[in-house]
Each structure stands twice: as C-alpha cells, then as structure tokens.
Write a protein that binds this ligand. Structure first.
Ligand SMILES: *Cc1c(COP(=O)(O)O)cnc(C)c1O
Length: 247
C-alpha cells in the first residue's frame, strides 16, 4: 500500500474496485456492503472514515474494540459537529469478527451490533442470554471453515445447518448468514473455488428454510473473487487503513 495515499483516496479506490467487481459479476454495486476492519487502528481513523460516509466497522480484539467504541462515542459529537445529520453521520455500527471464547461473550453481547464468528452453540447461547433487553437482537453469522485456513475458528460445513437452526431459535440473536476466512492464495481460481464452497453452505441454509441474507467473505486481497462468488459483505482492512503492524 502506498504510504503517500490518503484515507479518502484509499476509500474512493476501494469503491471503484467494488464497483468494477460488481459490474464484472453482473451485480448491482449496492448488493455488496463494505465492512471497514479497523483493528489496530485508532478511533481517530474510524471517525475520519465515518465522515467520508463509512458507517460499519469490524474489530477482532475485544479489549481494543471496547476502548475504541467508547472513544468513538465520546469523539463523534465534536468530529461531526457542524455537519448536517445524514444517515452517514448517524450511529456507527460495530461488527465483531475475531475468535470468541465462551467466557468473553458479555462485552460482545452488550456493545456490538453484529458477530460474524459464532462457531458453536455454547457461544451462541451465552450471547443470547447476555444481550441486553433494551437492544435489538444481535445479528449473527455462522463462521464456517472450508479449507485449511489460517483461522482456527469455524465449524465444519456439515455442522452449519444445525448451528444456524439453534441460533435462529435464540431470542437474543438474529441469524443473518455465513462468514468464512479461507486460506490466502494468490491464485484467483483457488480463491473462487474456496468462496464457492462458502456460498454452497449459505445456499444450503436457505434450502433448509433458514432466513439468511448475508454472505460475509472477501478481504483486501481477494474481494474480487468473493464478489464473483456472491459475497454480500466484504471485510476490508489494509486496503482502507494501510498496512497493519505485526500483532
Ligand atoms: C483482519 C481481518 C480482515 C481484514 O483483512 P485485510 O486483509 O486487512 O483486508 C477481514 N476479516 C477478518 C476476520 C479479519 O480478522
């Protein structure tokens, strides 16, 4: 990533990439939502991007995320002061996309709008129990593992229907779809084949009568392949915010 480019330039470039990937796939650009993955980047960058019109943000590390959500809530008024209230400058939406242990679910249930990384029933049950009554149901994707992925999380594709059905019955949760993090590959055909397997799981849920609308797959380096295979939400970090320093 070019260190000289500004956040606004990267944001505009990303929208062009998404638009041309959608055109190539014969899909309307509005059919793909961009989740800006802000992990390791400070609240100030989140707020800068919010001013440009981005409202959905993804985080992977719980402690960092909660501090950042607090900072954004505190900082949003000054940053947005003087700008007309538009849907873009309204409330930010927070998505938890990292590995989730069942003893760490409470802050996710209390502070997030979405969780993409539910891969077992125990986690789902706790999230539902801990979701505050005053909030809308927590939007949930089932994370599936379709290859020998870098991510250790994810249920087997064959377990996805049963888990999704359990989630759909929990009162604090709203089942939305499927998420995956396939092993990175430079080969577009390999990327597509992996994303196609994720899409098969998504279609299987629909076939089983589950109401799902979200196929969360594709990141900075493989979003074109993901869009070609039907992604409705792409999770983009470095192409927006720049290279992350090592964790
Ligand atoms: C970090 C991360 C991303 C973003 O990755 P980039 O390659 O920086 O776009 C997407 N999804 C998940 C689950 C992540 O942890």
């Amino acid at each position: 990533m070019n260190g000289q480019s500004t956040l606004q330039e990267r944001y505009e470039r990303l929208h062009l990439r998404v638009r041309s990937a959608c055109e190539a796939a014969g899909r309307p650009p509005a059919s793909v939502t961009i989740l800006a993955v802000s992990k390791t980047f400070p609240a100030s960058r989140v707020l800068e991007l919010a001013v440009l019109g981005q409202h959905a943000f993804g985080e992977s590390y719980l402690q960092e995320a909660v501090a950042k959500i607090d900072a954004c809530e505190a900082g949003r008024q000054p940053v947005l002061a003087g700008r007309p209230a538009t849907p873009q400058t309204g409330r930010l939406e927070w998505h938890f996309i990292g590995p989730l242990q069942s003893n760490k679910t409470r802050p996710v249930a209390e502070r997030f709008d979405w969780v993409h990384s539910v891969d077992r029933e125990r986690v789902a049950r706790r999230l539902s129990e801990q979701r505050p009554a005053g909030l809308a149901a927590l939007n949930v994707c089932v994370q599936v593992k379709v290859s020998d992925e870098a991510a250790k999380s994810g249920c087997a594709p064959g377990e996805a229907v049963a888990l999704a059905r359990q989630i759909s019955r929990l009162p604090g949760l709203r089942l939305r779809g499927v998420m995956a993090i396939p092993a990175p590959s430079d080969d577009h055909a390999v990327q597509r084949a992996q994303f196609a397997r994720v899409r098969e799981v998504f279609e299987l849920l629909r076939h089983e009568g589950l109401e799902v609308d979200t196929l969360s797959m594709g990141m900075s380096d493989d979003l074109e392949a993901a869009i070609a295979e039907g992604a409705t939400l792409i999770r983009v970090g470095s192409a927006l915010f720049g290279t992350r320093s090592a964790q």
